[in-house]
Design a binder for this molecule. Sequence first.
Ligand code: C2O
Length: 554
Amino acid sequence: TRTISLNWTATNFSQNLDGVERYALGINNVPGHLTFINANVGDRIRIYFTNALSEPTSLHFHGMLQNGTGFMDGPSGITQCPVAPGQTYVYDFNITTTAGTYWWHAHYRMHLADGLRGPFIVSDPNEVKNYDSEAILQLSDWYHDQSENLLAWYLNNATNPGGNEPVFDSGLVNGIGQFNCSQAENVTCSILPQPYIQTVPVGCTVRIRVVNTAAFAAFLFSIDGHELTVIEVDGVLVQPYQVDMLTINVAQRYSVLITTSQAVGNYYINAQMYHGDPWTSMPSMPAGFNPNLIAILNYAGVNLSTAPFVTAAKQSPIFLDDMNLVPLQIITAPDRSPSDTLLLFEFLFTMKGTDTYQRAYPTISRYSRENLAWMLQFSSSFTTNSSTALLIDVHDSEDFQPTFEPSVNPIILEKNKIIDIIIRNDDPGEHPFHIHGHVFWVLASGVATSLNSIPSTFDLSNPLRRDTVTVQACPHDSNGCFQNGNQTSFGYVVIRFVADNPGVWLMHCHIAWHMSAGLAISFVETLDGIRNLAVVDEVRDTCAAFESWKNSGD
Ligand code: C2O
């Protein structure tokens, strides 16, 4: 195997991404979106990661499976203690996923929203390419305030009794935003960057990798005058599927092919931001911000000052249904037996007990259609500054009981069991759910009025596999989810994976605010499997360094 060695130092420096200057995070004083990992399948990645921030942090490589290297997965308090200021941690793992589009991001509190996020492209040198060139478009949201300030506001019931997520000030396409600063108050304006320009060869097929690296925003993505042919979903190649417009939720990736054989000229690339669901219009936006982001598709040779073509409006948004996407590499999902595990994941956002914080409470139960008894219920705040990582606790203790670290909601899985999870969404907004350490099958997705009406038999021949799935909003109007008789409608997905990858794997809503409010559980996969993982001393050293940093009172 080839080893790719990188020296990365997390730094905090002044950045002007959208016409407003702010301190933001990056790597080696370069913004995250410009800090690429480009590798081949099978490569070994070694990142010497030094934390030059004044706060702890950690990195996660979204979509990497970390087979045998669970300690390299990154979530603070789960698989490692956060890297204290001044410390170095070496992320060292092999790429065991398929070739495709991935990304890396901080996994400590809200650092991702401050800019610690970027692309991770895995190529297969033996791939027979059906395209001539490729490009990447990273779509994200952008806040003008530091995430810690926003998080403090969000989690405090006194300042935010409604539990509303802070709404982004702006949006970015490959790190470039368009904030009309002169219309806004209380913002110091910098030079407004030009929209991002993607030059493409004429008369060719171009693969565009679309990555949503946002904290909160989902996007409706389209290119004027061009059809999009979806060929990749979260690192899984799929049979070509043509759409006019793509919905892409937080942390998801799609590759689309476009044919640059339209009239030679410039075209608008449209990335319309939304949150909640794509059919509800956005709430009021800060003055100066238009949530319809644009970039320019520039046919090579065409003058950049040539006005883009005006083309017919795209059709209204349609939910890109995972059920319509078929992986190229056929993998039949295993059939479950009664001894396999079926988990029901429900969640609500509420105050509980004496909490001063608004938190997201996942409720998870081992579920059978006959018996709806709750097995486990957790309260949590994922932002706990844990000085022990769950993986180390499990690894080191003979009699691990999932009772002592409230921030991580552990569920113990048994070896090679088939795990089905029904995620139920009683919220009038979509939630993008991600599971670490696995690519799962999406067996069903839709809306229902009762758990019993969720399908229980599935087409297992070759369901879509991915690592981040959108759970649809409940059918709703401004008064909330619709009632059907005395039953409330909800959105759901049914997903399946096999417990065959030892580690502690976080499952969470990838809306960063929700993750920080505790909308997360972790799978302890499996007790024996974890004890057999070789722990590097570095992991324990990192916890010790973090502990002494905390005690130093910084
Ligand atoms: Cu993108 Cu917990 O991960």
